[in-house]
Design a protein around this ligand. Sequence first.
Ligand SMILES: [Zn+2]
Ligand SMILES: [Zn+2]
Length: 341
Amino acid sequence: MMISRVGQVISEGKVAFFEREVAAPKKDEVIIRIKASALCGSDLHTYKAAHPTVPLPATIGHEFSGDIAALGSTVHHLSIGQRVTAEPCEACGVCEACLKGEYGSCDKLSFIYRRGDGAMADYITVKAASVFPLPGHMSYEAGALVEPTAVAVHAVRRADVRLGENVLVIGAGAIGLITAALCKRMGAHEVIVTDMDPFRLEMAKILGATRTVDPGNGEDLSETVRLATGGRGVDKSFECVGRESTFVQAVTSLRKQGLATVVGIFEKPQITFCVMPLINNELRIQGSQGYCWDFPTALQMAAEIGVERLATHFFDLEDLKSALDTALDRSSRSIKVLLKP
Ligand SMILES: [Zn+2]
Ligand SMILES: [Zn+2]
């Protein structure tokens, strides 16, 4: 019998564990013994009781890797002990989007953790179709970061970044950093990254940013964009923070006919901005949510970029609260905080 400790956010700033017996897998399911589980910005929003769509109490954690502990009766393409990660979203399979293969736009798209099976736990049960074996050399740490890599892959694909384009990435959390690294790989000329954390900006440079801007240190984003682009503005921008001020930067930094892609989660979704540049400069703004057929590429990219470099802090599962507090503490020099159940 397998017992799993499952971490939960009870109320603002409070976590608790419950123990549960892991049910035998249904025929198309796989049980994974979690080896590494990363905290995501969305988990932090939940911990602050500020996630726009997740009410408390809530289990958290959806970026993980581990070993297969049990297989459903019809799962023949995987084996016990195999090192894997998994796509943590669930689609209905019968809505129009699903039938067209666009499961990322499923009417009932949800995440495993939203129904009480989070990855801040010893075990997690997933559909076999969502499971991806880790390439032989990939660490569990990197495996846990394939999911945020997939988010960045999806955003960069949606933005259709092209050879020679100039790009601005606002926010150097894991998604912003990986987005910057991917834009450089796509052939972007300038990749400007802005953030208030000098440590994260150093990482941005290592991953391929051509220029970094720290407004907290008196550096001026619009001036940097002007210098980098001959005054025209960037072709593509990525908003990876989720605030009104950074949304406005993403729009106002664009060249004529530029495209802003919004990835951040807005704790305050209602914002105000001047729409006239949208019309005068024929700008486009789009959102990017999660992923859809992006995991295979994300596995390759996670290996090529060396995403385990973003894993800065490690905690035991029972220290979930310290892990969350560390991730929220701007002075901790953390990028990705991982739990090792
Ligand atoms: Zn995430
Ligand atoms: Zn669906």
